[in-house]
Design a protein around this ligand. Structure first.
Ligand SMILES: [Zn+2]
Length: 297
């Protein structure tokens, strides 16, 4: 009999070249342990945010045209919403500390702490060495979706962003309106940097409204039509002064294809909301990370 995974295990994409040891099942049956138990994470004061969001004033609206990105600024202590306005559309979100663009959203660490998809109560963590919550998700009109039968959910921090380099590798063609390029153009326009200066500051995104997961058999990243409809929004509380950029992905609702002009695309809006005077009197923004920085040297 050919060596291979037993019925209880699932094959990798390629047949294994090594036969199983006799205790293979015992090794597989060990219960998993959560890498980062979040019981000691500082908890966001959701009651405070819930109270503050009851009385908000809209102070800015930025429209992202289809297949384009725009920057927006949110002062600490304000809320912002990514809003579906015209039709089902996915948005690729980047966040920076408005005063230091080297501190940026850290998708991988956010995923390690909160899981593959984010919703109300989860936080957007920043890169080292500051590593702190840049924003907290305070409302998600798609939280009813949960997990579907394919293992999919919305607002992932597992995808990276559609980009022209991967498109070149896979399709051998130039396409200029991938989220990576859209975000690069938007950041350059906002800051006065050249495209070459702006590009390295663009980072892995939060895929707002995108419905994604990993296939059950090969664990490959999949997408399916977003359940988002006009009026839906994902709301964040800015923990620090933020510069953000959001791209209306050329994939539209990401039901079929991206990195081309084929998919139906719609605009997105970013709304910036100011809480009432005194609503956050007892709120304090997060300090930068407490690690001493010695690295054992
Ligand atoms: Zn995209």
């Amino acid at each position: 009999m050919a060596a291979g995974p037993t019925d209880e295990s699932i094959a990798m994409k390629y047949p294994p070249q090594n036969s199983e040891p006799t205790d293979a099942e015992t090794r597989r049956e060990i219960a998993p342990v959560v890498c980062y138990p979040v019981t000691t994470l500082p908890e966001p004061d959701m009651a405070l945010y819930r109270a503050a969001r009851q009385n908000l004033t809209l102070i800015d609206t930025i429209i992202m045209p289809p297949r384009a990105a725009k920057c927006f600024r949110v002062p600490a202590g304000h809320f912002f919403r990514i809003v579906s306005v015209d039709g089902p559309q996915v948005g690729d979100l980047n966040l920076w500390n408005a005063h230091d663009l080297n501190e940026r959203f850290y998708s991988g660490k956010t995923r390690a702490l909160h899981g593959t998809h984010v919703s109300t109560g989860d936080r957007m963590w920043s890169s080292f060495p500051a590593m702190r919550p840049m924003a907290t998700i305070t409302h998600d009109t798609l939280d009813w979706y949960g997990w579907d039968a394919d293992g999919g959910s919305v607002h992932d921090v597992i995808g990276t962003r559609c980009d022209p380099y991967t498109n070149d590798v896979l399709n051998g063609s130039d396409y200029h309106y991938c989220c990576h390029s859209n975000l690069t153009r938007a950041l350059a326009e906002e800051t006065g940097m050249s495209l070459q200066e702006a590009e390295p500051l663009v980072h892995d995104v939060c895929n707002v409204f995108m419905c994604t997961g990993f296939t059950q058999d090969t664990k490959q990243y999949f997408m399916k039509a977003s359940p988002v409809r006009p009026g839906d929004y994902l709301e964040f509380f800015a923990e620090i002064d933020l510069l953000g950029a959001c791209s209306a992905c050329p994939g539209g609702d990401c039901s079929t294809t991206h990195s081309s002009d084929t998919a139906a695309c719609y605009p997105l809006a970013v709304e910036v909301w100011k809480p009432a005077e005194g609503a956050l009197a007892h709120w304090q923004g997060p300090a930068v990370n407490g690690y001493s920085g010695g690295h054992g040297a």
